[in-house]
Design a protein around this ligand. Structure first.
Ligand code: ADP
Ligand code: MG
Ligand code: MG
Length: 258
């Protein structure tokens, strides 16, 4: 079992105009373990993507207070690739395009980066697993022979991100707005992929503005973020309530000014 814990996390970014640091996350607390799917919902501009970028270690996001612990160990000093090797996955963390590297070559390298040097995956095993996951995601084999992300449509990129997820098998996946811009068929495919990962060795933090995705990937816990803090926790019914009443309703209920 792996545990991801976010403790009193404060994060600042540099304002593009004034060049001053502005605080976006103002004390986020969250604890999750493998076997669980958590959702974070919240209005636009509230800091959801800031949280996911900070977990993955994007250098523009400065942790000014608090900590992020993976199995009790702080990850704050680790670069992005080390966090990935430790089992964290962020959809869209991988480069938009890599010249001259096919999708399959990239996947195999990313899988091997998570395995010990003396236990690299064989080509045969790799191809067998790839075929199986491609079938699950209704993807054509030719997708994997193309150069990574080169000329991929929006929907193909999303599917490919889920293919990466299924092949790399992280302990925790942070999926930030994976539903944006997907038609209903693509949404179902993406959800099927994530649901196939469910189990004791996998946890996911699903970030979404809308409830719709959570009809397909039913979370164990729902957190609502507003104004850089988690203001409410609940079960899947909380997402439905938000969809019906909007964020304004919750803001009033909690007496928030943000
Ligand atoms: P959400 O994902 O909830 O919509 P974000 O985390 O993207 O919210 O943004 C929260 C706030 O932080 C916004 O006001 C946004 O403009 C600001 N912000 C996020 N990332 C950056 C950045 N790299 N540089 C400057 N401001 C940023
Ligand atoms: Mg605080
Ligand atoms: Mg966002």
């Amino acid at each position: 079992m792996a545990i991801l814990q976010i403790k009193d996390l404060h994060v600042a970014v540099e304002d593009e105009e004034t060049h001053q640091q502005k605080e976006i996350l103002k004390g986020v607390n969250l604890k999750m373990q493998t076997g669980e799917i958590h959702a974070i919902m919240g209005p636009n501009g509230t800091g959801k993507s800031t949280l996911s970028q900070t977990i993955m270690g994007q250098p523009n996001y400065h942790v000014t207070q608090g900590d992020i612990l993976l199995n009790g160990e702080s990850i704050l000093e680790m670069p992005v690739d080390e966090r990935a090797r430790k089992g964290l996955f962020l959809a869209m963390q991988y480069p938009a395009e890599i010249q001259g590297v096919t999708n399959a070559e990239f996947l195999r390298a990313a899988m091997n980066a998570r395995r010990p040097k003396d236990d690299q995956i064989s080509i045969m095993d790799f191809l067998q697993e790839l075929d199986q996951k491609l079938a699950l995601l209704d993807m054509k084999e030719s997708m994997t022979e193309r150069y990574l992300n080169e000329g991929f449509s929006g929907g193909e990129k999303k599917r490919n991100e889920i293919l990466q997820l299924l092949m790399i098998k992280p302990s925790f996946a942070i999926l930030d707005e994976i539903d944006s811009g997907l038609d209903i068929d693509a949404l179902k495919v993406v959800s099927r992929g994530v649901n196939s990962m469910r189990g004791a060795n996998f946890g996911s933090l699903i970030i979404t503005h809308y409830q719709r995705l959570l009809n397909y990937i039913v979370p164990d816990t729902v957190h609502v973020m507003m104004g850089g803090r988690i203001v409410k926790d609940g079960g899947p019914e909380l997402a439905k309530k938000l969809e019906a009443e909007g964020y304004a309703g919750l803001r009033d209920e909690l007496g928030l000014k943000v």
